[in-house]
Ligand binder design. Structure first.
Ligand code: ADP
Ligand code: MG
Length: 772
């Protein structure tokens, strides 16, 4: 039967149903609710783009009579009976389900019967995948992956069953793979037409199957169907819609008008340059020139500045901000954490010296010439947790323009901070900011401000072309001269001699006059007498603030108490106490820093470390981004296997910023090969781009077709951000979409595409609103 005929035979729902129809109009309310809650699927398109994780090939089924010890088995069989019994060696009950094909039996065992007992009732038929072993003379699969098959599927439609692959969707709770499969079938059967969004000529030129055909193939593939081509089509579609949005944005941005900011000579910028204790690198000078030229234009600048950790982005940003101040405007600098905002405030104030004399009014009275003669400006700090009077003063300075530079955390965008004349917004460490927040920021700046976004996280080309596709990138490719490379070693934490040697190395560095960070995956509880001032409530600088972070979340153990096999994770307080009692470190000043400390304590710890009054700072990942203490030469990361690759790379970027070589010791008690492999990769290269790519690639483990539904990080569904093939596909889509938008800016001649674009924008908007 053709897909169209299958669809025609159902269609019980009235009204024109398209990909944009809400699922609740088609599937039962409870199912619609579950799809939304567990998977974030709301529309027909959402569900149809929710692809199977793998397929069971009914022609490749293992015969129950031909199992091989230790080999993967795929079987389709009926449940004969099941039983549970208490286990002797451990708590809990063991569920044994006996499967049969009529002549042979196979046991399937689960150590946590919950859910399985009911699902695998006698008489049910399912496909089971696992490793075949024998136990007391009987074949068994332990905790197999399984999917129940509809009785009809087996009995009534033997033919279809034999001729089609069985899609397996990733299941959550009550939403089993089988349930999802039946919902997909229902939806596919109800939708009159899956409309083609792409011009026919384009589909031909790129050698793609039609969208309807691709969707059918992926959800109900005939044995031998070209799954790859179908998948490629959906990925192209996703890329194309994104690229259309971006092309429209770029076109729109060209029509915006803002104030051109031309710095008056002899102002703050010149004074700042004269006070700089080093020469700018060639790269810093080039980037500065590009920025100055764009600030001087009346089309808003919209730039992404990429640069490896320690490449000196801050100076470039400060120079751009001062240029705007010299032109009479104000600049805002947004940092992802309070620690970093405070650091920026401290260092900018310090670098400006008398020119930022706090509390000093601009010289001269406000007259027409003020801007040109202005010699000093306030640098205001605005964070979510500062005292009310400090906050009021900062807000007032922003509003009146007394502060030429306002440094802050998210508080800057979340609240109604008014500026006298905001000319430039700089967002530092963008990977901590969601795309949406960036948009909000730009809206706040009334689309009129120039925007500079900085990131040290190397952005894979795929992401640069999608998430950041509406910005043009600039890069700082060289590190300032005189830096010594960071050396990284993996330390086996189960070996006391290695651990002891690690602390000796820390002591040696301190003896040489340097300082060290010790990073832990969790905070833990302070000893009752420690007297640390802690603030109640959620962690203000919690690592997961938004979007991009989740790139790094697979390895992030923060907040979890135990790692694999119940290993207790190192906590800041416990480690600090241990170090204070370690003879090798006797006499060293060890302090703690984490996001739950009260803001003044956080600030005090960070300033004390920056000024060398602390030798060893034991902290969480609050120091992950941006923190700049050149005298710190050593970093020890506890339970390093709990962190993502890019995250480790960011972390170690905190050391080796001065002339002393950096040393990074990654401690791990895990002997799991993948964990070791990941850490070895970090030790083997200092190339952040390579690590980001690996990070993305490793995340796809166990993903047969590469179609895992893991796009939450970037808001993409089918595209794989770490994949070179998809990179190429995104490139093609970009080219095609740009041409299409150039010819038809409002998509008037492409109504289906226009709908897909609108739906995509709505979904983003909705996600943003949900997040608050
Ligand atoms: P990142 O790009 O990671 O944000 P920073 O801006 O924090 O790097 O700079 C790292 C360190 O390098 C800082 O201590 C900064 O003062 C210093 N630095 C920046 N530019 C230069 C330069 N041209 N020469 C020497 N040191 C520099
Ligand atoms: Mg920085």
């Amino acid at each position: 039967m053709t897909p169209a005929a299958q669809r025609g035979s159902r269609g019980a729902v009235a009204g024109l149903l398209t990909e944009d129809t809400p699922l609740r109009r088609i599937v039962p309310a409870k199912a619609a609710e579950a799809l939304d809650r567990h998977k974030g699927l709301r529309t027909v398109a959402d569900l149809l783009e929710y692809l199977p994780r793998r397929y069971v090939d009914p022609t490749q089924l293992t015969d129950l009579g031909e199992l091989v010890e230790g080999e993967e088995a795929f079987v389709v069989a009926r449940v004969a009976r099941s039983s549970t019994r208490a286990m002797r060696a451990r708590r809990g009950r063991l569920l044994t389900v006996v499967l049969t094909d009529g002549s042979h039996e196979l046991d399937v065992t689960f150590f946590t019967p919950y859910g399985h007992e009911r699902a695998l009732a006698p008489g049910r038929i399912g496909s089971f995948a696992g490793t075949a072993t024998t136990y007391r003379g009987r074949w068994q699969l332990t905790h197999p992956e399984y999917t129940l098959l509809d009785e009809d599927e087996v009995a009534g439609h033997v033919e279809r069953y034999r001729s089609h692959l069985i899609p397996v969707y990733s299941s959550t709770g009550a939403l089993t793979s089988m349930k999802i499969r039946s919902l997909v079938d229902l939806v596919l059967g109800s939708v009159e037409e899956i409309r083609e969004p792409l011009p026919a000529q384009l589909v031909r030129r790129r050698g793609l199957p039609g969208r309807a055909e691709a969707i059918d193939t992926l959800h109900r593939p005939a044995v031998g169907a070209d799954l790859r081509a179908a998948l490629r089509r959906l990925r192209y579609d996703e890329a194309f819609v994104l690229q259309t949005i971006l092309a429209q944005r770029r076109a729109e941005a060209q029509t915006l008008v803002t104030t051109a900011r031309v710095a008056a000579p002899g102002g703050l910028l010149a004074a700042f340059d004269a006070r700089l204790p080093f020469e700018l690198t060639a790269g810093q000078r080039q980037v500065s020139e590009v920025l100055a030229a764009e600030l001087a234009r009346s089309t808003p600048m919209h730039r992404l500045l990429q640069g490896e950790v320690g490449s000196g982005k801050t100076v470039v940003a400060v120079r751009a901000m001062l240029a705007v101040v010299d032109a009479g405007g104000q600049a805002a600098l947004l940092a992802p954490t309070e620690v970093l905002a405070a650091q920026h405030h401290r260092s900018i104030t310090q670098m400006l010296g008398p020119l930022a004399a706090d509390g000093m009014l601009p010289l001269g009275e406000p007259d027409a010439d003020l801007d040109a003669t202005r010699r000093a400006t306030r640098v205001a700090l605005l964070t979510g947790s500062q005292s009310a009077p400090a906050r009021r003063a900062a807000l007032e300075d922003a509003r009146t323009g007394q502060a030429g530079i306002v440094v802050g955390t998210h508080a800057l965008i979340q609240e109604h901070v008014a500026f006298h004349d905001l000319g430039l917004v700089v967002v530092d460490e963008q990977h901590r900011f969601g795309v949406q927040q960036r948009d909000t920021l730009r809206d706040k700046a009334s689309a009129a401000a120039h925007l500079l976004v900085m990131t040290a996280t190397p952005i894979p080309r795929t992401v640069a072309m999608t998430v950041f596709g509406d910005m043009e990138a600039l890069s700082l490719t060289e590190l300032p001269a005189g830096r010594s490379p960071i050396e990284t070693f993996v330390v086996d934490a189960t070996r006391p001699r290695w651990v002891a040697r690690t602390w000796e190395r820390v002591a040696e560095e301190v003896a040489k006059g340097h300082q060290a960070y010790v990073v832990c995956p969790k905070i833990g509880e302070p000893a009752p007498s420690s007297g640390d001032r802690r603030r109640a409530g959620p962690e203000a600088d919690a690592t997961a603030e938004d979007g991009w972070d989740r790139w790094d979340d697979t390895g992030d153990g923060a907040g979890q108490d135990a790692g694999e096999a119940g290993r207790e994770l190192a906590g800041v307080y416990a480690v600090a106490a241990e170090l204070r009692a370690t003879p090798a470190l006797a006499g060293l000043r060890v302090e703690v820093l984490h996001g739950r400390l009260d803001p003044s304590a956080k600030d005090a710890a960070m300033s004390a470390f920056a000024s060398g009054q602390i030798d060893v700072l034991v902290s969480t990942t609050v120091i992950e981004v941006g923190v700049d203490v050149p005298n710190a030469s050593t970093m020890v990361v506890m339970d390093a296997d709990r962190f993502g690759l890019s995250q480790l790379h960011q972390l170690r970027g905190r050391v080796g910023r001065g002339r002393a070589g950096g040393l990074c010791l990654l401690m791990t008690g895990s002997d799991a090969p993948p964990a070791r492999q990941r850490l070895d990769a970090v030790a083997a290269t200092t190339d952040g781009v390579e690590l980001a790519r690996l990070d993305l690639a490793l995340r796809r483990e166990g993903d047969v077709l590469g179609a895992r539904q893991s796009g939450r990080h970037t808001g993409v569904r089918c595209l794989r951000m770490g994949d070179p093939g998809d990179e190429e596909l995104i490139g093609l889509a970009r080219e095609d979409a740009t041409a299409l938008v150039a010819a038809d800016p409002t998509l008037a001649a492409h109504p289906v595409l226009r709908d897909r674009v609108a739906a995509r924008l709505d979904a983003r908007q909705a996600a943003y609103l949900r997040r608050g």
